[in-house]
Design a protein around this ligand. Structure first.
Ligand SMILES: [Zn+2]
Length: 218
């Protein structure tokens, strides 16, 4: 496990995280979207994309007076960090939960807005520069979209969870389970194996939430 500190936030990167990044690289290579030479570049881009996303959450939490630890690729907890999560004791209001959840995808969309226009500048003459910048905005866009899916433990799932407090919370992991099955199958059919791996884990996590009736504590 790698440990570091950034902007005052302790960061833990588990081995599974690198495996996840490699799965993204290889599934893009297999589907013909990326050259083999670009896989290490893609791993770095995915790492920065996900870390940046979690930093968004961490900064939002800090604004509400809660310090956070960023954990990438920890499989040890149900509903915990597959790709990443921002931990720390907090007693947020519903509104604050929604704001903290939205800040992660928002940070990714800021990168998309900054990098996408580079496509139309003459700066990108170098052969691998264009695919690299493409990967930066694509990776950020994909991570923002993935995360707003109403699937626990993603950000969309967190927002859906607080929206359902007191109104039949079982529906949240049920929707998460069904959507995860659908996305995992679509990923396998279209060669996006990363989505299959990630949402395969979410199938398990949502199923465990239903079985252990964790939704009752919401
Ligand atoms: Zn997030």
């Amino acid at each position: 496990m790698i440990r570091l500190k950034l902007f005052g936030f302790p960061i833990q990167i588990h081995k599974f995280f690198w495996l996840l990044c490699l799965t993204i690289g290889f599934s893009r290579f297999i589907s013909g979207d990326t050259e083999l030479i670009m896989i290490p570049v893609l791993v770095v881009i995915v790492f920065i994309t996900m870390l940046w996303h979690e930093l968004g959450h961490a900064f939002a939490r800090r604004k509400y007076g809660v310090d956070s630890k960023i954990v990438l690729g920890d499989l040890s907890t149900i509903g915990g960090a597959v790709s990443g999560f921002c931990a720390g004791e907090a007693n947020f209001t519903k509104r604050q939960v929604v704001k903290v959840a939205m800040t992660g995808p928002l940070y990714n969309l800021i990168i998309v807005a900054l990098v996408f226009p580079l496509k139309y500048t003459p700066l990108l003459e170098y052969p691998h520069a264009e695919p690299m910048w493409e990967l930066v905005w694509l990776s950020n866009l994909a991570w923002a979209i993935f995360n707003i899916a109403p699937v626990l433990p993603l950000d969309g799932g967190q927002i859906y969870r607080v929206a359902r407090i007191g109104r039949g919370p079982l529906i949240v992991p049920l929707v998460g389970l069904l959507l995860s099955i659908l996305i995992a199958i679509l990923g396998a059919i279209t060669g996006r194996y990363f989505a299959t791996v990630l949402f395969g884990i979410f199938i398990y996590q949502n199923w465990m939430i239903i079985r252990k009736k964790q939704y009752l504590t919401y």
